[in-house]
Design a protein around this ligand. Sequence first.
Ligand code: RIB
Ligand code: CA
Length: 312
Amino acid sequence: MAEQRPIIIDTDPGQDDAVALLLALASEELDVLGITTVAGNVPLELTTRNALMITELAERSDVPVFAGCDRPTVRPLITAEYVHGKTGIDGSNLPDPTVGAASGHAVDFLVETVMSRDQTTICALGPLTNIATALDREPAIAQRIDQLILMGGGFFEGGNVTPAAEFNIYVDPQAAASIFASGIPLVMLPLDVTHKALTSDDRIDAFKELDSRTGRAIAGMLEFFERYDMERYGTGGAPLHDPCVIAYLLAPELFDGRTCYVEIETTSELTMGMTVVDWWGLTDREPNCLVIHQIDDNRFYSLLTDRIGRLP
Ligand code: RIB
Ligand code: CA
């Protein structure tokens, strides 16, 4: 087997986070060093509980889960139970976790793990609070993160929390601003690409047809998760945001993008958390991010179903 790629997943499960975690845990190309949880879709206690339930579902409790920041760096926490339900993974119908979170704070785990290795990839699926806090505590991690691949932002597609801002960035815009100014090699998967990866009855049925515990849990989660976007936007399904991050790692050929300069709005309340993407190179600013805007959605869902089929 080719050498595994060492990654840390920072996450706020969330049904779409849960599917991303399962995709990573099912993929032997990846060495998931740890999962760090952050407050976002639901409060930290629940995002941590949900991550533990997901590693147990995949029979991967060997991967430690570290609880992180329970609020953004500056602004008050906002959550998204209106999308994800009270638990954050409504529809999963999973038992309570029997394994607890690893001892120690997620930020300490991030700093210690990244500083102990030459290079580590970070996959960010929620607000960037933990990662920005780790960077503030130990700036040298910036030289040891080979890529930070994040789901967040939007440009031609606008926002999903305000007209200008996407949830992960909006919850902690100061953290995002710090990351985008850090020099860490960034890959951003914004709403512009995730909105092209919609769930559908056929795509959810493919998980049911796996006839597995994990397939049934994913189908239940996605049937709950998609109702908000279908009602709100009148779409035929919901964008499967976070699994796009892991799929990019596994099969970058399914995606296309452009290297751009990106900056985060942290002053105006009207556009707070906006990812201002210089898509047309109109500034003289050095590009700092690969912005993904295309996906082969059929091959994405085939990859997803194939890998989830490897889980119990
Ligand atoms: O805007 C979508 C993002 O916000 C996804 O990561 C979803 O899980 C929520 O965290
Ligand atoms: Ca998320």
